[in-house]
Design a binder for this molecule. Structure first.
Ligand SMILES: [Zn+2]
Ligand SMILES: [Zn+2]
Length: 115
């Protein structure tokens, strides 16, 4: 016989542990923390500071302490064949914020109102 081990930390499972079982891949865990840690590792979950949200998702912006979806609807450039709009910068006009996106192929710029 072989010991059953925790999928995440590899400890041998015993009756003193808070044993969890994952049905979809038939794996045992020694604790709920190991379940969570394994999930985080497997699915590439990363911690994000609110002000850096654009670094992980180019269509999210940080404004007044909160995170918003950009109003951009489609990131494919309508001027060239297969360009993609990439976030360039924020500007403010008459107290309204706008995002500037720039095509990575032809340089075409679009202005998206942040309301
Ligand atoms: Zn474990
Ligand atoms: Zn373009």
């Amino acid at each position: 016989m072989r010991h059953v081990k925790c999928k995440y930390c590899n400890k041998e499972i015993n009756d003193k542990m808070d044993i969890h079982y994952r049905e979809d891949d038939c794996e045992f865990f020694c604790s709920k923390e190991c379940v969570v840690e394994d999930y985080i590792k497997e699915f590439g979950v990363v911690k994000v500071e609110a002000e850096n949200v654009r670094k992980v998702d180019k269509f999210k912006l940080f404004k007044n302490g909160e995170i918003y979806h950009s109003n951009i609807e489609d990131d494919s450039c309508y001027k060239c064949e297969n360009g993609t709009f990439m976030f360039s910068k924020m500007i403010k006009e008459n107290d309204i914020d706008y995002e500037i996106y720039k095509c990575n192929k032809c340089g075409n710029e679009i202005i998206i109102k942040c309301d």
